[in-house]
Design a protein around this ligand. Structure first.
Ligand code: ADP
Ligand code: NI
Length: 223
């Protein structure tokens, strides 16, 4: 089990306070409790991974959605820019700032055909935790909440899922929420970085597949 230095704890507490007030009451599934779940899951995964730096994991988890491209005109660098500014203001060291910002740059899903494997152990852990929150019972709820917030249709049987080859294609997409399961959520279990993450993802994935089967059966009046 790793060790978190006193000065890191103070910094983490300050970051948590800022993020909590920024995300309180958000309605698209990117609320404070998403951030808090990602932090807790990331720390739980990290406790099973040899050598993970827990301060970096916790800071990156707290900051991973601070300025998500989905809410910043598709700007994939907005998150690390805002995080760098906040960490500087709160007095973080250079090493922590660089490592955390790199994780934020690498965390997001960018389409089925785009390799988004993180380059650090801590990045892999935070990405797994974020992706776990996009699948399973909570993932289903978040997908419909996000879809609604963007004015997307829940489902249209005439629209087929798209296999996005580039981030540009993925960004431009206006998928129905049910298609989003096929374009992203059902792919995640095969892209987990850690053993613990993969195990949790498998169970959540089965639940999502059962849910979709039931959704489509009810749609056709079969159940
Ligand atoms: P990521 O950084 O991998 O995109 P986030 O933590 O920002 O992950 O969460 C993305 C959330 O938004 C997920 O729960 C996902 O289901 C939802 N989402 C993204 N795009 C869509 C979409 N087109 N339709 C429905 N939900 C979506
Ligand atoms: Ni997230």
């Amino acid at each position: 089990v790793g060790f978190v230095a006193y000065e890191d704890k103070a910094l983490i507490g300050k970051v948590e306070g800022r993020i909590r007030s920024q995300f309180q009451g958000e309605g698209s599934g990117h609320d404070w409790y998403h951030i808090d779940r990602v932090r807790n899951t990331a720390l739980a995964i990290a406790s099973n991974e040899e050598g993970a730096d827990l301060s970096i994991v916790e800071l990156a988890a707290l900051l991973h959605d601070v300025a998500d491209w989905k809410f910043n005109q598709g700007d994939a660098k907005a998150g690390s820019r805002v995080a760098m500014k906040l960490l500087t203001e709160l007095g973080a060291g250079e090493n922590a700032k660089t490592r955390v910002c790199k994780i934020i740059d690498e965390v997001s899903f960018k389409g089925e055909g785009v390799n988004t494997a993180p380059t650090s152990l801590e990045g892999g852990i935070v990405q797994d935790a974020d992706r776990l929150d996009a699948i399973g019972a909570i993932g289903i709820a978040r997908a419909f909440a996000y879809g609604g917030s963007k004015g997307r249709e829940m489902y249209d049987p005439d629209k087929k899922p798209v296999h996005h080859k580039t981030f540009e294609d993925y960004k431009a997409g206006q998928s129905t929420t049910v298609n989003h399961f096929y374009e992203k959520l059902l792919i995640l279990k095969d892209r987990m970085n850690t053993k613990t993450g993969k195990k949790m993802a498998e169970e959540r994935d089965i639940f999502m597949r059962d849910y979709l089967e039931r959704f489509l059966d009810e749609w056709k009046g079969k159940r």
